[in-house]
Ligand binder design. Sequence first.
Ligand code: BGC
Length: 376
Amino acid sequence: MLWGSAISSYQAEGDNFNSDWWLFDNGKSSKASYFWYKWREDIKLLKELGHNAFRFSIEWSRIFKTEKEIDYKSLDIYKEIVNELLNHNIEPIITIWHFTNPIWFYKKGGWLNKENINYFLDYVQLIGKHFDNVKYIIILNEPNVYAFKSYLEGTWPPQEKNLIKAFKVLNNLKSAYLQAYKILKNSRRLLSVSQNLIIFKPYKYYNPLNVISSLIDNKFFNFYFLDRIKQFMDFVGINYYTRVFVKLFSNFVYKENAEKNCLGWEVYPKGLYEVCKVVYKKYKKPIMITENGICTDNDFQRIKFIKEHIYYLKKAVKEGIKILGYVYWSFLDNYEWAEGFGPRFGLVEVDYQTGDRKVRKSAYFYKEIIYEEANT
Ligand code: BGC
């Protein structure tokens, strides 16, 4: 089984000047986790921490700074990262798109404009051509979260609050995914999406509005995208974090008195088992947990989190669900989008002033689990 952790380009690399997020937050992400400058030592660290897999994303806006110009120097760095991982026997899991777009793409209307899909496909072609040694590719990260945050809740660029636009974007992402799958698919590659799955429960079981809303949220947020690409995923990538209690559609609360992470999300380990069960029954495909993690200033809570979630993952395995791997979010503390640098998800602490790394106890705890799992 694959055991690893993840980062995304914009959140960890630093200096992604050509990304729409840089424009949106005035470069607040700055050097982020300095991964662009420290990836060699970081890969050594991954090895020391017993990882046999690492998920990271390629920054589209680094490769295509403008519509036509390909930055081969940056492309080469990503290729070196892949080679370095492979040399250390760490399986690279590449994400092609993790929320961020080049500024020029954003200015052309971004994902709202159907014609723009072709620009993404140019980028996909290039990745397909240059990363033949990568087996696991995640084409898109959480299209559901992106459509929600950027086009419905309005907290991410371009800050729209429009249900019709949100669906348009989701459908354009779906078309992009399906075409990208065709471009990339060959016998050596396994392709999927990383889908964020939330456990939706009604706020009150006897309130029909709560019940209907939770069912609708489940249908649309969790499964709308997956149902439309189901024949074109080689495994299902799941990002799992929490459970919510729905009052009316996107109006929900977290369980009172439950354990929470630093953003107030309920920590509900059994949910990992529940989502695996539902997904496996529905799609009958192997599953990879491409993200699961906690932001907390108490590293003992992170240890507990990892222990309990892996307990439930193993329960799923025991029941015959095929799990390809588990990827903790995140390897490094990083830039948590609209929440900024406050929330710390990392197995490794980052000093944002200097870029210095400090391995947390939870990283060593996770290493022991990986070791035990590999030897049982
Ligand atoms: C995203 C990450 C994010 C994490 C924690 C996931 O939805 O893929 O980019 O940092 O959740 O919020």
